[in-house]
Design a protein around this ligand. Structure first.
Ligand code: G3H
Ligand code: 13P
Ligand code: ZN
Length: 315
């Protein structure tokens, strides 16, 4: 029993028209909640670690706890660096047992993104580790995304093909209208599915069959979860995520990895706020963190069964 790369899970996801959930981890309760939720449906899962999570918990603690989760559940699990900022961070994670790394060079000029991504790919592949990279810029909620803005910031299909061909990267995160955080849309939710389809057509036509696309900023920001936060003293106004039917559509297309962090944060916050609101005399961490863990586990199960479609993806 060991951690795996994303190769086989993405192959299955592409063929089966579903997606693998990639959830951000920061502590033991979150790791247990995600992996037990995935185990309940025999689903493969990706646990991802941002640079700030590395700073918060430390690679060795996170790897140790993830190894324990592999032993406990026996499910296919990848440990992934999320938004790796540079070669050194990717190398550090690979040295510490990660099976997948993202190098995010989306803020660099195109040629610099190609060169830096290629450097990470060459090193990672020599160690049997897979690489995700990003092309295009995720929208911010303040951004007015009209057609010319979309062309300037969303992933260009010809460039996507050139990028994949030249870097040898194993999966590509694209910009089609999602954004990070809890405030994704001011008005109606809108994603550029036509662009996603064209990117896939160009890749297929050039021999990249079943090439896995990654969707960042894909939390759905469940209104019920936000309502619990607000009922118990929170102030999260105007939050809006990606509707579940859009995530299902993306999963049925070439999107094989769907990234969610904000939903985990909101679930944890809702459970903790409710716990303290209803039990003001509680001060045992196993009580409130246990409630948070159970709430996150239920949310992960619902994602797998109702949105990602990755149930029994290990079989
Ligand atoms: O995409 C970013 C993730 O939500 C990680 O956020 O850097 O605050 O850990 P973080
Ligand atoms: P959300 O903020 O929508 O959860 O996106 C998380 C993400 O993309 C992590 O890389
Ligand atoms: Zn992201």
């Amino acid at each position: 029993m060991a951690l795996v790369t994303t190769k086989e899970m993405f192959d299955k996801a592409f063929r089966g028209k579903f997606a693998i959930g990639a959830f951000n981890i920061n502590d033991m309760e979150i790791i247990q909640a995600i992996t037990r939720g995935a185990k309940a449906y025999n689903s493969a899962v990706i646990l991802q670690v941002s640079r700030s999570a590395l700073n918060y918990a430390g690679a060795k603690y996170l790897k140790g706890m993830v190894d324990a989760a592999v032993d406990e559940t026996g499910i296919d699990m990848a440990l992934h660096l999320d938004h790796g900022p540079d070669f050194e961070t990717a190398k550090y994670c690979i040295e510490n047992g990660f099976t997948s790394v993202m190098f995010d060079g989306s803020h660099y000029e195109y040629e610099e993104n190609v060169a830096k991504t290629k450097e990470v790919v060459e090193y990672a592949h020599s160690k049997g580790v897979v690489v995700e990279a990003e092309l295009g810029k995720l929208a911010g909620v303040e951004d007015e995304v009209n057609v010319s803005a979309a062309n300037a910031t969303y992933t260009d299909p010809d460039q996507a093909l050139d990028f994949v061909s030249r870097t040898g990267v194993d999966s590509l995160a694209i910009a089609i209208g999602t954004s990070h955080g809890a405030y994704k849309f001011k008005g109606e939710a809108k994603l550029d599915f036509d662009r996603l389809a064209v990117i896939t057509e160009k890749l297929e036509a050039s021999g990249f069959h079943g090439y896995p696309i990654v969707l960042h900023g894909a939390s759905s920001v469940d209104p019920e979860c936000v309502a619990i936060c607000n009922k118990y003293g929170g102030k999260i106004d105007g939050a809006k995520g990606i509707p579940n039917e859009m995530l299902r559509k993306a999963a049925s297309m070439a999107v094989c990895k769907i990234n969610m962090d904000t939903d985990i944060r909101l679930a944890m916050t809702a459970a903790l706020r409710r716990h303290f609101g209803e039990k003001p005399s509680s001060f045992d961490p196993r009580g409130y963190l246990g409630d948070a863990r159970a709430f996150i586990e239920d949310m992960v199960k619902a994602k797998i069964a109702d949105v990602l479609g990755s149930t029994d993806s290990m079989l």
